[in-house]
Design a protein around this ligand. Structure first.
Ligand SMILES: Nc1ncnc2c1ncn2[C@@H]1O[C@H](COP(=O)(O)OP(=O)(O)OP(=O)(O)O)[C@@H](O)[C@H]1O
Length: 762
């Protein structure tokens, strides 16, 4: 009887919520159609080209409409997911975007708006103004379930009391099988995560938390929140999210669009230097040296070494007379110009004294050398030179190939790519550049053959070199002057457009001019920022930040002089030999202790039984670190299987098959020591690997532990833990990472004795 009554109440509540949600989708359709129509009209307003003014107007408004259409399309799934009833008797609905009805009444509150905050912060102990929080679960546009948390039953109306329904929304969310892509958690953000998400924009926030505590998910929601709360600042300068590798970026790539945000640059630490996409990684020895701050001095040394003077006097042969013979120009007289050693040294010191970048100072060196050569030429020809003659003589000399070659040999124009590639491939150059800064073992670790692919550890070296080399700027300066003139015109014009169109809320004149600066192709802020090494972002989020070396932090900090940063990671998971042992060690050189730390302590991913195994490993390798507490129990106890290496080809595929059957729609990952990935991947040919396009979508995947950083799988099979433990000085941390990728099941396959840190599985 009672059961029937509660069923009826549930149906009643579902019906009422469905009516509201259907109204919201109708409204979404209407605004989306309106934006699409406006966009279509913008496109129809003329063929490409047209007047400057027409092009500009079209670019600006079409970009805004396109953004709005993308935003409204991204929020279709789970448009409305929450409702709150407050003590004043009011009810609000919370969703991915804010919507108003035809009478301009707010019918859906954006989850990032201050009014939505109680939905995330209310707890039974501190409910704030809430009487009830309700989660709405939808499939497509249909409301399929509801969860209620009641904070004050006494204040609820009788009909509302009757319709109370639910089971904890968080648990329902956590039990879902893994799809291979991270999803947003906007409906179930927890209070401590909410504090991270809404922490102020200025300054640096470090989010330290164990595996599965929602650091990544909180950081991405923070990006969306900051773009909402500080749209003006951040849309112009952009938000940069740095992740560990391309696979990981694909894994998290859906979260921001599902929250209606696309204006974020997602990149890896290997791509921070525009034009280079480094994917290879260094051996631990090389990684440790490349990531060390002593490399600043080594790169400085490498640049200085390229500013040479000859050991004796400089001698250059020039052609003074040529004549035509059978239509071919032949040299009839040559002259040797000479500049004495001391003058060469003075020319170099003068150029160095301006402390400009190498390619800029080079002009000064070339100028001094040309003056000395021209004076010698005049002396030999016994021709007096006035200032005008001197200028002419220098220009004539610079046109001669022999002069250019000689001077370029002494002070070559250099790109960062050339400097670093030549440095690492030439033990002599390397030893000279390093001086006393590196020992013989470190030099040997750095050396590599010419033509080797760029590694992630090279990127900070390239960035450092770019700072020291600068660009040959005379042409660039002229272009900049012209651009500044055009930009002033654009700004004045943009101001006019704003006044006419009254769109001041969306963009300011500078942002409009910025858009237009891109040559009419309306690049987004994100696109322009990603191409420009000098771009200064409005906010930078670094995920898996414990893996960044001290050198990599220099590269990141150059992109954010305001130090408006979110640093997300776990120093207990550091796998890179050059990574962080503590946050202070990495950040204090830039932040001088001025950073705030938030700690996340609850693991939403790994069940308690598996986390106990991980905790044993952590205790052995980093006894000062606390493992997080799991929020739920598992379905199957973790286990260890001993399989002789010779039997692995038969046993592993069988195990993967049975795990796939266990997890149904979920995903299974085989995690291997770095050195054995190829061999083990070959044993499971149907599984994807990090290099295949379906790495995230395939039911089974074989990855190295390093590649699995930040990811998660329903079932994890760790192969050869004994080798993972010894593969690098951080092997223990690697094993900890591997174990904590599991959301439901863990199997460890060991070939020899079970390592003592896994004794719990014996
Ligand atoms: N509030 C939440 N509601 C629902 N799911 C959540 C919540 N917080 C975290 N999760 C889920 O927990 C899992 C772990 O989150 P996430 O990957 O962000 O953790 P992490 O701290 O970055 O982990 P790691 O350090 O291991 O990379 C994800 O599946 C995420 O969706």
């Amino acid at each position: 009887m009672e059961r029937r009554a509660s069923e009826t109440a549930r149906t009643e509540a579902l019906r009422a919520e469905q009516a509201h949600v259907s109204m919201l989708y109708d409204r979404l359709d209407t605004v989306r159609e309106r934006a699409e129509r406006a966009l279509g009209e913008e496109y129809a307003r003329g063929t490409p080209g047209g007047t400057h003014q027409a092009r500009f107007e079209r670019d600006v408004s079409s970009h805004e409409y396109a953004r709005r259409v993308t935003q409204l399309s991204g929020v279709e799934r789970g448009l409305c997911f929450g409702r709150v009833d407050d003590t004043g008797g009011d009810t609000y609905y919370i969703g991915r975007v804010g919507l108003r009805d035809a009478h301009d009444e707010l019918v859906l509150i954006d989850w990032r708006a201050p009014a939505a905050r109680p939905f995330y912060t209310a707890t039974p102990g501190d409910p704030g103004p809430l009487v009830r929080r309700r989660h709405l679960h939808t499939r497509g546009r249909t409301v399929v379930d509801l969860d209620d948390e009641v904070f004050d039953l006494a204040r609820m109306s009788e009909p509302d009391r009757r319709t109370l329904v639910g089971e904890a929304a968080l648990m329902a969310a956590l039990r879902r099988g893994r799809t291979g892509r991270m999803g947003d958690v906007v409906a179930t953000i927890q209070t401590e995560q909410d504090q991270v998400i809404r922490s102020g924009l200025p300054g640096a926030l470090v989010v330290q938390g164990g595996p599965g505590t929602g650091k990544t998910v909180a950081a991405l929601h923070r990006a969306a929140y900051l773009l909402y709360a500080h749209r003006e600042t951040l849309q112009r300068r952009g938000v940069l999210v740095v992740g560990p590798n391309a696979l990981y970026l694909r894994y998290i790539g859906h979260v921001l669009p599902s929250l209606g945000e696309t204006d974020v640059v997602l990149t890896t630490a290997g791509e921070l230097y525009p034009g280079v996409r480094a994917t290879a990684s260094d051996e631990p020895g090389a990684a440790a040296v490349k990531g060390d701050l002593r490399m600043v001095e080594v790169i400085k040394g490498a640049v200085r070494d390229r500013q040479r003077v000859p050991s004796g006097d400089l001698e250059v042969l020039i052609d003074v007379k040529t004549s035509l013979r059978d239509g071919v120009e032949v040299v009839v007289e040559r002259m040797a110009l000479r500049v004495d050693h001391a003058t060469c040294v003075r020319a170099r010191e003068r150029a160095r004294a301006v402390r400009g970048p190498h390619n800029v100072a080079r002009k000064l060196f070339v100028d001094s050398a040309l003056t000395a050569l021209a004076l010698d030429e005049a002396r030999q020809l016994d021709q007096p030179l006035d200032e005008e003659d001197l200028r002419y003589a220098k220009a004539a000399l610079w046109r001669m190939a022999s002069v250019r070659t000689a001077l370029n040999d002494l002070w070559p124009p250099l790109t960062p790519e050339r400097l670093v590639a030549e440095l690492l491939a030439d033990p002599g150059l390397l030893a000279s550049a390093a001086g006393s800064h590196l020992g013989p073992g470190e030099l040997a670790a750095l050396a590599r053959p010419a033509g080797a692919p760029w590694t992630t550890g090279d990127v900070p070296l390239l960035d450092e070199a770019a700072e020291l080399l600068g660009e040959d700027s005379s042409a660039a300066r002229a272009a900049e002057r012209a651009a500044r003139r055009a930009r002033r015109d654009d700004e004045l014009y943009a101001q006019g457009v704003l006044e006419i169109a009254d769109v001041t809320e969306m963009l300011d004149a500078r942002a409009l001019a910025d858009r237009h600066d891109s040559g009419g192709t309306a690049l987004t802020t994100a696109e322009r920022a990603a191409r420009d090494r000098h771009w200064v972002y409005g906010h930078v989020i670094v995920d898996e930040a414990q893996e960044l070396s001290a050198m990599a932090w220099r590269t990141v900090m150059r992109r954010i002089p305001t130090r408006s940063l979110t640093v997300v990671g776990d120093v207990a998971q550091t796998g890179s030999a050059a990574g962080a042992r503590s946050w202070g060690e990495m950040l204090d050189p830039y932040l001088k202790g001025r950073w705030r730390e938030a700690r996340l302590l609850v693991n939403y991913r790994t069940p308690a039984e598996i986390m106990e195994v991980a905790a044993d490993v952590l205790k052995a390798v980093a006894p000062d670190q606390e493992p997080p507490t799991s929020v739920r129990d598992g379905e199957a106890p973790p286990r260890a299987l001993r399989v002789r290496r010779a039997d692995l080809p038969r046993a592993l595929p069988e195990l993967v098959m049975s795990e796939l059957a266990e997890v149904g729609e979920g995903r299974t990952a085989v995690l291997t020591p770095d050195a054995r990935h190829r061999e083990i991947a070959a044993l499971v040919p149907d599984a994807a690997s990090a290099l295949t396009a379906d790495a995230l979508d395939s039911p089974a995947v074989v990855l190295t532990v390093t590649q699995s950083k930040g990811l998660e799988f329903d079932s994890v099979v760790v192969v050869a833990p004994e080798e993972i433990l010894t593969q690098s000085p951080k092997g223990g941390q690697d094993l900890y990472v591997a174990i904590t990728r599991a959301t439901r099941r863990l199997t460890v396959i060991h070939e020899g004795e079970l390592p003592s840190v896994l004794a719990r599985l014996a």
